[in-house]
Design a protein around this ligand. Structure first.
Ligand code: ZN
Length: 288
């Protein structure tokens, strides 16, 4: 009986402790290895903060959801988990916006920490949900998924009011991870930002070459002023640090505007680990 209870407790711990970007040895070696973190669902709630003049970070503790305000409504980048939608909706209101004005939810990839909230968020906001065709297919295998809606295509742009979002098909982390370029504004200046579709290195060996190509492509699409993560630590600078520096108010320079050299170096550091992984775990066939 005691043993049974222990097993139940251990199982419960596994089920409620979320993996971060996929804790494995390759992620541990990657640029975010020291800052990668997960946590139980109950502790995912987070107060929103204004990241740029047109961007709010509305959650969560270890998974990112960005709210972009445009001259013609709001756009969400990712939707969190199915279980965290209410917190995100509260945060949209806390940031001073009406959830009914969300026009689009662009989802970087199909994993439940990014796509899981899309169905309910769509119900609440009536927004359109966009994903790549490949990742719609995997979302459709999940419980309570949204109906296939907007299919995002490589190199496509969608303009919402004064803001254009551009999508780059960057498979590897998932079959259809989609990276998003959009402008971020700070004190009258506009900067070029990239949100990579998926950087966690837990992909199966057959995805190694695609992942490598995707990272090389993101690097070559620069120069980037800002690189944001779909987890707060999956970026050249941890968003927790950015938030602290923003609240400390350090003059006109924005802590997340780190410039092309550091962002290129970040991609190069990822590529080093990718090459090591490709050597250690060579693909045995094409991606499935
Ligand atoms: Zn993922």
């Amino acid at each position: 009986m005691m043993r049974f209870r222990l097993i139940v407790a251990a199982l419960a711990a596994v089920l409620t402790t979320l993996p971060a970007a996929g804790q494995n040895k390759w992620n541990a070696k990657s640029p975010w290895g020291k800052t990668e973190r997960g946590g139980p669902m109950e502790s995912q709630r987070k107060k929103p903060f204004k990241l740029f003049d047109n961007v709010w970070y509305i959650g969560l503790q270890t998974v990112s959801v960005y709210l972009v305000s445009t001259s013609d409504g709001l756009v969400l980048l990712d939707s969190g988990f199915a279980q965290t939608v209410d917190w995100l909706v509260e945060n949209i209101r806390a940031a001073g916006f009406d959830p009914a004005t969300v026009k689009y939810i662009f989802v970087t990839h199909s994993h439940p920490d990014h796509a899981g909230g899309a169905a309910r968020m769509k119900q609440i906001t009536k927004a359109r949900v966009g994903l790549s065709a490949e990742d719609w297919t995997s979302v459709e295998r999940q419980q309570n998924h949204p109906e296939r809606d907007l299919v995002l295509k490589d190199n496509e742009s969608i303009t919402v009011g004064d803001t254009t979002f551009k999508f780059y098909f960057t498979p590897g982390h998932t079959a259809g991870a989609m990276s998003v370029e959009f402008p971020v504004r700070h004190m009258g200046r506009t900067f070029r930002a990239i949100l990579p579709g998926g950087l966690g290195l837990q992909y199966a060996p057959e995805w190694g070459p695609s992942f490598k190509q995707s990272i090389e492509r993101l690097r070559s699409l620069g120069p980037w002023d800002v690189a944001l993560g779909n987890h707060p630590f999956l970026a050249p600078i941890d968003l927790e640090v950015v938030e602290q520096q923003l609240s400390a108010g350090r003059g006109a320079a924005h802590p997340a505007v780190i410039g092309p050299a550091r962002i290129t170096a970040f991609f190069d550091d990822i590529l080093k680990v990718v090459d090591e992984k490709l050597t250690a775990e060579p693909p045995t066939g094409p991606p499935r």
